[in-house]
Design a protein around this ligand. Structure first.
Ligand code: PMP
Length: 395
């Protein structure tokens, strides 16, 4: 009898499954606010000009598709180190590997951390990006959470967060969102980051800063504050980077894992182990996305162009937040909608109930998560009035 006979069908991925449901919806008027993808004012995933220019350069100097080193394209790894850490830590103290998007960086980190201490508890924020729990569980860890969101106050429950972290045993791996918290959109302040750092240091915790949206909240420099703070403090820290959103390179699967090490020798030893994790998972990473990002970041003109284009995406999201808030304030003055513009990044925890989200889907063809998370980066001038009308009706 085949070993496959007893295989049970797994539930659909909650987020990507929603996109499948959206795609099979035959209504003309439908809006996908489920998946975390930025779309422009035409509702399209943008192809950035800086990426097109880099692509053109690469096509002209076409080189064969050989293997990359296990840890990725050197120029890319160096560019990531410069972008993410600036001068906060010497390059020699960083172990950097190119990874398959931010998710790939998390998985390499999880596998390596599991090798170091399989019994270490992992704490993620409550709530968090769902894949955090799934990924660390799959890697063999027991995953718990620290308080993060206060639904009644529509704010970060910072006292609860600190308490949760203070109660963690030494060696606990703490997954923190460096900026643009997914799914709530609420970030902590600089002063609060300093307190978190102190608790991490005193409790000898192992911080992992997941940075999937650097530049989507306030700018590259500002959004990198937490990472640089930890780096300057000399704390052993894992940092995952994603260029899926910031370069609109979703399908290229381009990201990184950087580990802040104690000294140069430690960084070399850590890198050698990360390379084994990569080698035994997928051998080495793909070429194109790394070349595009490295080309853009190394060229002064293209880099400026990227920062401008990233700024434009950020501004457009903010404009959509304002539009959503103002529209809802007009349609439903009985509700406080001010939270929409205090959140950061692509998502808004709308505060809508599971039932309301169900109604949005069934009656209006508007797809968001049952948790109430909607992707404000998928709003545009055309779909905004319809979304306002629908939310006002179900809220
Ligand atoms: N971490 C967080 C917090 C995210 O929101 C995402 C993207 N949804 C990722 C990691 C993964 O990014 P990527 O698509 O590059 O794997």
């Amino acid at each position: 009898m085949s070993i496959l006979r007893s295989v049970q069908g797994a539930p659909r991925d909650p987020i990507l499954g929603l996109t499948e449901a959206y795609q099979s919806d035959t209504r003309d008027q439908k809006v996908n606010l489920g998946v975390g993808v930025y779309t422009d004012s035409e509702g399209k995933v943008p192809l950035l000009d800086c990426v097109q220019a880099a692509d053109k350069q690469l096509a002209e100097g076409r080189t064969p598709w050989s293997y990359l080193p296990i840890d990725g394209l050197k120029a890319y790894d160096n560019a990531v180190a410069e972008l993410v850490f600036g001068t906060s830590v010497p390059r020699e103290r960083l172990a950097v590997v190119q990874a398959l998007g931010g998710t790939g960086g998390l998985k390499v980190a999880a596998d390596f951390l599991h090798q170091l201490d399989p019994d270490a508890p992992v704490l993620i924020s409550d709530p968090s990006w769902e894949n955090h729990r799934a990924l660390f569980t799959r890697a063999g860890f027991t995953v718990g959470s620290y308080p993060y969101y206060d639904a009644a106050k529509r704010a970060v429950n910072f006292a609860g967060m600190l308490e949760g972290l203070k109660a963690a045993a030494p060696g606990t791996i703490v997954v923190l969102h460096a900026c643009c918290h997914n799914p709530t959109g609420y970030d902590i302040t600089r002063e609060q980051w300093q307190q978190v750092l102190q608790v991490v240091q005193e409790g000898r915790l192992v911080p992992l800063l997941d940075m999937a949206y650097q530049g989507f909240a306030s700018g590259i420099e500002d959004d990198g504050y937490a990472v640089r703070l930890f780096a300057e403090a000399g704390v052993t820290t894992f940092v995952t980077t994603s260029f899926s959103k910031t370069f609109s390179l979703y399908g290229e699967r381009i990201g990184a894992l950087s580990v802040i090490c104690g000294d140069d020798d430690e960084a070399k030893r850590v890198l050698s182990q990360l390379k084994i994790v990569v080698r035994t998972n997928y051998s080495n990473p793909p070429t194109h996305g790394a070349k595009v990002v490295a080309t853009v970041l190394a060229d002064e003109t293209l880099r400026q162009q990227w920062e401008d284009e990233l700024g434009a995406m950020r501004d457009r999201i903010k404009a959509m937040r304002t539009g959503l808030r103002e529209g809802l304030e007009k349609a439903r003055p009985d509700v406080d909608w001010s939270y929409i513009t205090t959140q950061n990044g692509m998502f808004s925890y709308s505060g809508l109930s599971k039932e309301a989200m169900g109604k949005l889907r069934e009656e209006y063809g508007i797809y968001g998560l049952d948790s109430g998370r909607i992707c404000v980066a998928a709003l545009n001038e055309k779909n905004l009035p319809y979304v306002v009308e629908a939310i006002a009706a179900v809220a």
